[in-house]
Design a protein around this ligand. Sequence first.
Ligand code: TRP
Length: 450
Amino acid sequence: MSNVNEGQPREQWGSKLGFILAAAGSAVGLGNLWKFPYIAGKNGGGAFVLIYFIILFLVGFTLMLAEITLGRATQLNAIGAYRKIRKSWAWVGSLGVVAAFLILSFYSVIGGWVINYTMKSFTGALHVTDGQALGMMFEKLITGTTEPILFHGLFMLATLLIVLGGVGGGIEKSNKIFMPGLFVIIIILAIRSMTLPGASEGIKYLLVPDFSKVTIGVVLDALGQVFFSLSLGMGCMITYGSYLGKDSNIPQSSIIIPLIDTGVAILAGLAVLPAVFAFGFDPSSGPGLIFVTFPAVFAKMPLGSIFEVMFFLLVLFAALSSSISMLEVIVAYVVDEWKINRKIATLLTSLIIFLLGIPATLSFGPWSHITILPGRGFFDTFDFIASNVLLPLGGFLLCIFVGWIWGTEKAIKEVRNNGKISFQWAGIWSFLVKYVGPVAILIVMVRSFL
Ligand code: TRP
């Protein structure tokens, strides 16, 4: 359709591994390292993890394959992909682009905190064992005005610079460094944490289910977490899939990427929770878990400052490899559809996201009295609308689109590429995308809003 860069071939991933690392880099992020341990902690540990796995099997793999296939088939951005197949569905892609603006604006605020804490870990400013003092330090950072805006700006700047480098030179290259580094660090940290005296309590907490805490709210949290963690429902995987060549093995990638993502989330839980128990902290202390509890844990650990620097660098890498994927959703759309050159598109959209993030960060401090949705300031409103409404809705509509409008037969044909790629679970996938996915998402969303 409107592939404006005609004559100029669309950029492609340099290699199979390059795509998998970039997509896994998108998936692995603050959702795994910051959110998963505390959300699991809050929701009954093992019971949450079990529900997460069920949703992952029913919906996660299914939507991953659907998004990547839609992208590769159309070779277009999130909006263009829908439009090329059915004009009247382009608005569904727009929901994703809106979600990308919203999520990136508050994601970058947290990314800014991470840069700040990475610097603090280098200078030894976090070498404090008193949990309360660490709590105050965190509070002081996030409720400030200039400092958090500045660090949010720095995080956006880093994101922008990578995306400016393009798909192969910027995104793929940086992920080839980020991802292996991340695996090594998280494994070292998990081993360190699990071998602390008293760590077994934390391992049990993460893995032994407590069903008394399971409510419909917990199921919605798990659904939202699967979407957020796998980067689904926004057209992110449509966009990354659009840079794939026809010889790529989508079924294989759609299994490997969620497995890496879930593996890292579990490893993050195993790195955070046993240490939290070993040092007697509260596992359900919420968003502050990695910023408040963890530094206290490191301060009490032999060689703690080294592990601490490694940890915050890990979180920073993971956050950047995710934020670039969100910016790419927007940039790909602007470049494909508005005929604007990549550089200007990147600069302009980053500036808008930076500005959107300012009210989000101020809502922790000077603007904490302003509510947008009942009981929610800017930050929580952006998060709620994007993560709990737009992503599940985007996922639901994607199922309907691929299952019924485009049709699973055409999708399977695209995946198989004239029989060159084997796709043995095509029948199961087709059933999941047509029936199980949309019904499950609808039930959870409707029930939680009633
Ligand atoms: N998955 C990332 C994380 O876990 C965040 C993210 C990147 C994302 N791209 C996305 C979330 C697209 C939703 C949609 O931190």
